[in-house]
Design a binder for this molecule. Structure first.
Ligand code: SF4
Ligand code: SF4
Length: 182
């Protein structure tokens, strides 16, 4: 058992009624995650995407969550306040069946990092840029077990293995470590 530690849990609540599809959240997120920072704004790099269907008045902001190596079976429809939504529309996964939440150059999965930086943003940038208050930032304190977080490293590795094959990834890693030693 690890040590108990207090941790701030950050979350963003979405009020779809207030979103008008302006996409300011996508612009700032992709600019912040460009290399160098703020050098470009390709929505493909954004960790938040807005599903827009103006004719049906559907604007649905969705955050990039966990990576999924396989396509799921979910094809249900949801009707909320008279508007029909595809199940995929709510899904936060970077998955093989669609193009969102994949880094445009490498194809690696993207995940919202709540704008972790050094120092961290006082409020996530998408929340700050949403002038319609559709994104609401919340913090709460929780006691958690302290642990080494390898999750993100594993997700990146797993998706590279899916894309290039285990042998190729292992070969590259061993060449990289050999060149670091030498
Ligand atoms: S900035 Fe706000 S209103 Fe504009 S698309 Fe994003 S969530 Fe919707
Ligand atoms: S919280 Fe930060 S990283 Fe996450 S979607 Fe918003 S701007 Fe992007």
């Amino acid at each position: 058992m690890g040590e108990k530690k207090k941790k701030i849990i950050k979350s963003i609540k979405i009020d779809v009624e207030k979103c008008n599809g302006c996409r300011a959240c996508e612009v700032i997120c992709s600019a912040f995650h460009a290399t160098p920072k703020y050098s470009s704004n390709n929505p493909g790099r954004s960790r938040i995407r807005v599903i827009r269907e103006p004719l049906r008045d559907v604007y649905l902001p969705v955050y990039a969550g966990e990576y999924a190596p396989a396509e799921c079976m979910g094809r249900d429809k949801y009707v909320i306040d008279g508007k029909e939504y595809d199940e995929c529309g709510f899904c936060r996964a970077s998955c093989p069946s669609r193009d969102i939440f994949k880094e445009p150059d490498s194809g690696l999965p993207l995940k919202c990092d709540m704008c972790e930086d050094d120092p961290a943003q006082e409020k996530p940038l998408c929340v700050q840029w949403c002038i319609n208050d559709a994104l609401i930032y919340e913090e709460r304190e929780e006691e958690v077990e302290e642990e080494v977080k390898l999750e993100d490293v594993e997700i990146g590795l797993e998706s590279m293995i899916d894309k290039y094959g285990l042998e190729k990834v292992m070969d590259t890693v061993s060449r990289m470590s050999a060149s670091k030693k030498g």
